[in-house]
Write a protein that binds this ligand. Structure first.
Ligand SMILES: [Fe+2]
Length: 403
């Protein structure tokens, strides 16, 4: 929920008649938390309930996922540069990390989208690392571009059409929710002026879907619920909507609209929080000025985050604290062991005034389990790259040299 939007035909009051060309439209309420949460009301030209056939579907690597049997505790580097592009926004999608609260996946699409999909397990957040295109959903057409986040509410029928059919997205599935952190709102629901973004930074759908010639075709919708996929066949196109209003609908947000904050000395990553869910946060690290105390050390300190796993997806720029990491790399620094800057990067950051890093971080309370897809593209040497020779760090070598 960002703010209320409306589009197309609406009656003056909910739950009253609405006609289009003399034909009564069917109202649908989409509600969160029973009737206590945000809601939207949609008006359909044909009832969205006329499904008549259901069959099971499996898309291995996404649904179901296969976890590695044993995951020893160590730092990990997943090279999504080596992830094979294939399929469309749905068939090419694979899951890399899983816990009870969030599933993190990747898609490198090469094909035009097939059918529509609805995720009943949680809100989805796509970070578009490559490509641009449109999200077509029951709420209409939402255009997105490179480095946008696209937030898709739970149980929204949608498909993603990348321009030239090619695009890369990092995908978070928040169970059951993912959205603007509650602390960024005032008591009246408005995004506070001290939040790192404003209402104006979120873009909603711009027009309703046009279903030329498709309206009366039978239609299939893939639904994910309880980590199982099923395909539902409808007698009419179930996205045939004449109007809607409410606070549930997809939005796009450019990571470049995130307003970074800098302090006298290093501010914790919490300051970069962009989205939150139950048991996890998604943070945006964007180019910014760094700490301005004359003796400040801008590079992050060694960090024992004893309650949270930390995922970083490196997008662009200079990743000041890490070596051997490239754009598209994902690092996992699990709770239980200390993580920190690579040897040399801490010292070299002293006196710097800016950073060009662009990255997406996810911190989770529950430990993340790695899938076999992630294990297949893991750089297994990453854990020991904090020492250059066995047992000797640059830090120690520098001290021996009297630096
Ligand atoms: Fe950390």
């Amino acid at each position: 929920m960002i703010h209320r939007m409306c589009m197309g035909l609406l009656p003056p009051k909910p739950h009253t008649t609405l006609y289009e060309n003399g034909k009564l439209l069917m109202e649908q309420m989409v509600t969160r938390q029973g009737f206590n949460g945000p809601y939207s009301i949609l008006y359909y030209r044909v009832p969205p309930t006329d499904e008549f056939e259901v069959r099971s579907l499996e898309l291995p690597g996404f649904c179901p996922v296969k976890l590695v049997e044993k995951q020893p505790l160590h730092r990990r580097h997943i090279r999504t540069q080596d992830f094979k592009p294939r399929g469309d926004y749905l068939t090419g999608r694979k899951t890399l990390f899983v816990n009870r609260d969030v599933q993190i996946g990747l898609c490198k699409a090469t094909d035009a989208p097939g059918g529509f999909f609805s995720n009943g397990d949680g809100d989805e957040l796509w970070f578009i690392n490559e490509g641009s295109g449109v999200l077509e959903s029951v709420y209409g057409v939402l255009r997105f571009k490179k480095h946008d986040y696209v937030l898709i509410p739970i149980s929204t029928p949608y498909r993603i059409r990348f321009d030239d059919n090619r695009g890369t997205g990092l995908i978070f599935e928040g169970r059951p929710w993912l959205g603007v952190p509650p602390e960024y709102r005032n008591n009246w629901g408005q995004i506070s002026d001290y939040a790192p973004f404003s209402h104006r930074d979120f873009r909603g759908p711009t027009e309703l879907l046009t279903l030329d010639g498709e309206t009366h075709k039978s239609f299939e919708l893939a639904i994910k619920m309880g980590d199982e996929l099923s395909v539902h066949k409808f007698k009419h196109h179930p996205l045939n909507v004449a109007g809607w209003d409410g606070t549930i609908y997809p939005v796009a947000f450019s990571i470049h609209d995130f307003q970074p904050k800098t302090g006298l000395v290093h501010l914790p990553p919490t300051i970069h929080t962009n989205f939150a869910g139950s048991g996890f946060v998604v943070c945006s690290f964007v180019p910014r000025k760094v700490d301005y105390h004359p003796q400040a050390i801008p590079c992050p300190y060694a960090h024992a985050s004893v309650d949270m796993d930390e995922i970083l997806y490196y997008v662009d720029g200079n990743f000041t604290s890490r070596r051997g990491i490239e754009a598209e790399s994902i690092s996992l620094h699990p709770k239980g062991i200390t993580h920190g800057p690579h040897p040399g990067t801490y010292e070299r950051s002293i006196g710097t005034s800016t950073t060009s890093e662009l990255a997406v971080m996810c911190d989770t309370y529950e430990a993340l389990r790695m899938t076999t897809i992630a294990a297949g593209i893991e750089d297994v040497d990453y854990h020991r790259t904090w020492v250059d020779r066995e047992g000797e760090s640059e830090w120690l070598l520098d001290r021996e040299k009297g630096k």
